[in-house]
Write a protein of this length. Structure first.
Length: 372
């Protein structure tokens, strides 16, 4: 398959090159350095921080572990899987007859909870060298304890579990679920999250943008000012609302029910997405994902079920399902259009949303060279 790709050369006018899809990422890797890779950049593996009795999952541990085992099975079929747990031997017993153990690595470490997307390292690439960027995780703006989770990345690097240059950025609160990169200098985020007063409240929007552009070598930041999900603890993480996909595409949650509480906010989000352009000045292709039907917890509070919370791995997309056959199938069809040539794998995430997260939230992918 051939694609037309615009690549920026330092000190040279932008040129258009015709490349095969297989050559796309290596060329990016050589030219834009350092850069924050897109999630579809070749991966060495994915981190799962396993639930245990000391987490908020204690009351439903068996149910959520079944979901984690299914995620682990699908990842380990295709690439390495790093499992972080204070009890790795116990986890091994539970998964060894269900998961491809050749591809599983364990790291024994204490944890508060399981949201690897937000306490895991954010990795840049500098030529072929991964840069393990360790930002502060403060429990989504001091909502929950995160003292143990906040140490996982530094301990994993010290132990030789995560390979690359360690970059200490613990003076700045930033979660992986709050940012999306296209790999070519565009970062997509939400103003509600990044400007939350309990994260980096002493900084202005301009301060935050200057900081992130410098640290991630960005050309532009796209700030979404609208959109939310009821029951979300993250202050509108971008990975619950809109996701960057290959070929200048954004898949986003759309609400068509005027009686739904999300209708107005998501409509305004859609309008703003239509104004966004790539760094080269072209509009994004927008693909609407269905809004999941309302799911409530035992206290009648709505849970943040979203189809935007999918995980891209090598040659496959794992996407959440919610026991809503029509919506689940619609989401798969949209993602198939967004990721041509990728295998689509649905995973029942009804257990995960009981703690207000989903599939992408409990995983963190690492580019090639990080997990070995």
């Amino acid at each position: 398959m051939e694609v037309n790709v615009k690549v920026a050369y330092t000190g040279i006018k932008e040129k258009t090159c015709k490349l095969t899809a297989e050559l796309l990422q290596p060329v990016q890797n050589e030219i834009l350095k350092p850069f924050l890779p897109a999630e579809w950049y070749p991966q060495s593996g994915v981190q799962l921080t396993w639930p245990h009795a000391g987490t908020d999952w204690a009351y439903m541990l068996d149910e959520v572990e079944s979901c984690f085992i299914e995620i682990a099975r699908e990842i380990a079929k295709r690439e390495l899987l790093l499992i972080v747990s204070p009890e790795p031997d116990e986890v091994k017993k539970k998964i060894e007859d269900k998961v491809n153990m050749i591809n599983v690595r364990f790291f024994q470490c204490d944890s508060n909870d399981t949201w690897a997307r937000d306490h895991g390292a954010i990795t840049m690439m500098n030529h072929r060298t991964p840069m393990i960027m360790d930002f502060k995780f403060n429990g989504w703006g001091l909502k929950f304890a995160a003292n143990k989770d906040n140490l996982i990345t530094s301990k994993a690097h010290e132990a030789g579990v995560l390979h690359g240059e360690y970059i200490n950025r613990l003076s700045f609160a930033l979660e992986g679920g709050s940012i999306e990169s296209d790999g070519y200098g565009t970062l997509l985020t939400t103003s509600e999250c990044l400007l939350s007063p309990n994260r980096n409240g002493e900084l202005t929007k301009e301060d935050v943008e200057v900081y992130l552009k410098a640290n991630f070598d960005l050309k532009q930041m796209l700030w979404l000012d609208h959109g939310y999900l009821a029951g979300d603890d993250t202050d509108s993480h971008i990975d619950t609302l809109a996701r960057l996909c290959p070929n200048d595409t954004i898949a986003y949650v759309a609400c068509t029910d005027e009686d739904d509480e999300h209708y107005d906010a998501l409509l305004e989000m859609e309008k703003q997405l239509k104004t966004f352009k790539t760094a080269s000045g072209t509009p994004f292709r927008l693909l609407p994902l269905p809004m999941a039907d309302a799911i409530y917890d035992e206290d009648k509070e709505r849970l943040p079920a979203t189809y935007a919370n999918f995980l891209i791995i090598n040659n496959a997309v794992l996407y959440p399902t919610y026991n809503q056959p029509e919506n689940d199938e619609m989401a798969a069809a949209v993602l198939k259009e967004a990721f041509p040539g990728y295998e689509l794998v649905g995973i029942d995430c009804c257990a995960l949303i009981r703690q207000h997260g989903s599939l992408h939230c409990v995983t963190m992918q690492y580019p090639e060279g990080v997990i070995k």
